[in-house]
Write a protein that binds this ligand. Structure first.
Ligand SMILES: Nc1nc2c(ncn2[C@@H]2O[C@H](COP(=O)(O)OP(=O)(O)OP(=O)(O)O)[C@@H](O)[C@H]2O)c(=O)[nH]1
Length: 653
């Protein structure tokens, strides 16, 4: 869905609401709120810093962040409660998010809540749960003073609960611990609270017990947000300083930036400039996300909202940038580490004449997903395409689905690779495309060393699956394995946290699926970048009729080269259609052939027209046919249909 249609929907929604505009909620204790003339946007100057709270919801995947966000929006009257009781997941706006039940893009929503007789503006920044989107989480946290740490009362603390907790703690955020899903029969709130105490040092009496699904206990979260999270600080009299923490793209208005005002007041018509690019803009529109855009007269210290200022290119909205008024320079805020692409893949149109359309669609989609890197690439087998860099394989899959859903693209995506570091005698280069990987066995290549990216992985698993997990890690070249009991001192069956260094390339294939299946779904997994390590890698090429097919090349570790070579030639043998001549399918590293299968020829019956005896004549026809095929094989190139590529690449390894 484009931002434009969202904008129109927002306008319609506002007009449709019975009391359109801001709806004021009733606190449980203070029944003082009134519904004002709702066609008016909120009066931003009445929300001084002490009446603002900026917070995020952080949790392991599926622990209920989006569901809780819905309940908070309903309780504050920001959205209407559905009679059906259906989970709307209002902040999961993308089709792929709704279909897969995951949050991909962090969203922002402002709500108004009356506490102790005073209206407060609570700015919620929803965060994605999957490890691929950890960058979005850090970005969201930078605009907050507090975080709701949500833990599923039936599953307990999981790998990402730990990483997001530390991320929030390092940023000095106030953490409100919450146990969710207490309605589930399998919920064990006391046990999980003890787990939270032993893992995070949280006092169990601080933990709020809720069911985001039924709404039980959710009101007390609103109270705790106001009570426990410190308000932002900032002065209206100081020069304008706005922190840009996210951006969207709108076909008509250009880039829409999400900002958190640190100091000063921002108004429509203000001339602003970016600390990063030094470019100047005029603010044409500004407002808050409620959860759709609602235009306001100003944005003030501590407030979170959107601005449109005729930024044409999304690269102009640098995430982590500081905006200030023209002629009033300020000290820029510390920015973010830019998102680092960890997984690369080639994307090609199924019909090669569709390349210009595909390139345009990719360009547009990257305007809303800034973490994707794009480079042109061409392949002799697949034609013109783009090499894209993603944060992880889920990210890659989501991007592919968005290209198909939102831009109707018909694409082939090659096997994912990670960026390898090739150290030559005189320089270092990063290679993320197997076709550019040097022949390491060739001494003339001047390669001194090859390094591959590694990650520090943490796996949390019940004790009984520990052996399986160790085996899984070893079979994926794990090093520095370590483990400890997570629930020490808690009188129940124990869970173990296993940490190790894993090559990233091992994770981008089937690691996650195997982790889930070998632990019956009980293991949770998280990882963080751990730099580069020396590795014994080589480029494996696949030859059809003795000719290498560039799009099929892969980079493999030498310890598994024979197994992979055999697996792949078998797979190719299955999917490549038979030709008029015999086709050898080979896997090779350098000049050495590691595996071979032979695709037998389609045989036309050249003797069909010959009746009766004449054995010699028959043989002569067959000999002629054989000779013809020999010639054809020499010249002939193998016809490899796109569907065959599709089959091969869609079930890698
Ligand atoms: N029984 C029960 N189910 C819940 C509760 N809260 C959430 N769920 C369910 O748990 C599943 C995951 O909820 P989400 O809100 O999508 O979780 P999330 O943390 O936003 O997921 P990601 O965005 O993918 O990280 C959904 O099927 C919800 O209906 C609860 O309190 N009780």
């Amino acid at each position: 869905m484009t931002t434009v249609s969202r904008w129109h929907r927002a306008c319609l929604k506002v007009l449709e609401r019975p009391s359109c505009g801001v709806i004021y909620t009733r606190s449980r204790y203070y029944n003082t709120s009134t519904r004002k003339d709702a066609s008016k946007p909120p009066l931003m100057e009445s929300f001084t810093c002490d009446l603002l709270r900026n917070f995020s919801i952080i949790a392991h995947i599926d622990h209920g962040k989006s569901t809780l966000a819905d309940r908070l929006l309903e309780l504050t009257g920001t959205i209407q409660k559905k009679q059906s009781g259906k989970n709307e997941q209002v902040l999961d706006k993308l089709k792929v998010e709704r279909e897969r039940g995951i949050t991909v893009k962090a969203q922002t929503a402002s709500m108004i809540y009356t506490f102790h007789g005073k209206e407060h503006m609570l700015n919620l920044i929803d965060t994605p749960g999957h490890v691929d989107f950890a960058w979005e989480v850090s970005r969201s946290l930078a605009a907050c003073q507090g975080a709701l740490l949500l833990v599923d009362a039936s599953q307990g603390v999981q790998a990402q609960s730990i990483s997001v907790f530390h991320n929030a703690r390092e940023r000095g955020l106030t953490i409100i611990p919450i146990l969710n899903k207490i309605d589930l029969p399998a919920a064990q709130p006391e046990r999980i609270a003890a787990q939270m105490q032993s893992t995070f040092g949280i006092n169990p009496s601080d933990i709020i017990h809720i069911s985001a699904k039924t709404g039980k206990g959710v009101e007390s979260i609103l109270e705790a947000i106001v009570d426990r999270i410190p308000p932002p600080v900032g002065s209206t009299g100081a020069p304008l300083k706005a922190f840009l923490f996210d951006s969207l793209y709108d076909r008509y208005r250009g880039v829409i930036s999400l900002v958190n005002i640190q100091e000063g007041i921002l108004r429509r018509g203000d001339k602003i400039t970016s600390c990063h690019t030094r470019k100047k803009y005029e603010v044409t529109e500004l407002g808050i996300m409620h959860p759709e855009e609602i235009s306001t007269d100003s944005l003030r210290p501590g407030q979170v909202g959107y601005i449109a200022c005729n930024m044409k290119e999304s690269s102009e909205a640098h995430i982590g940038d500081t905006l200030h008024r023209v002629g009033q320079p300020v000290e820029p805020m510390p920015g973010f580490q830019p998102a680092k692409a960890m997984v690369f893949a080639g994307v090609f149109p199924v019909d090669s004449s569709d390349f210009p359309k595909l390139e345009e669609s990719i360009k547009r989609l990257t305007l809303t997903d800034r973490s994707v890197t794009v480079q042109r690439e061409s392949s002799s087998a697949l034609g013109q395409g783009c090499r894209l860099g993603f944060l992880g394989t889920l990210h890659m899959d989501v991007f592919r689905q968005r290209l198909e859903d939102e831009y109707d693209a018909n694409i082939i995506i090659t096997a994912p690779t990670v960026p390898y570091k090739v150290i030559y005698r005189d320089r270092e280069v990063f290679v993320s495309n197997p076709t550019e990987f040097p022949e390491t066995s060739d001494t003339a290549s001047r390669v001194k060393e090859i390094q591959e990216p590694v990650v520090k992985a943490s796996i949390i698993v019940p004790e009984e699956y520990f052996g399986d997990m160790m085996e899984l890690c070893f079979s994926h070249r794990a090093e520095d394995l370590d483990h400890r009991y997570l629930d020490a001192g808690i009188n129940t069956s124990s869970r173990i946290i296993l940490t190790c260094i894993l090559p990233l390339s091992e994770i981008v294939t089937d690691f996650f699926d195997q982790l889930k299946s070998r632990s019956s779904g009980f293991a949770s997994f998280d990882y963080e970048d751990a730099g580069y390590r020396h590795s014994d890698l080589a480029k494996m090429s696949f030859l059809l009729n003795s000719k290498p097919v560039d799009a099929l090349a892969i980079i493999v570790h030498r310890s598994s080269q024979d197994t992979i070579a055999r697996q792949w030639v078998k797979k190719l043998h299955k999917v490549i259609p038979r030709q008029m001549f015999e086709v050898p399918i080979q896997a090779a590293i350098g000049k050495k052939i590691l595996a071979r299968e032979t695709l037998s020829a389609l045989r036309a019956d050249v003797t069909a027209g010959l009746y009766g005896g004449h054995y010699e004549r028959k043989m002569k026809h067959l000999e002629n046919q054989k000779e013809g095929k020999r010639k054809m094989k020499k010249m002939g190139s193998v016809d490899l249909p796109q569907e065959a590529f599709f089959d091969i690449l869609s079930n890698k390894k």
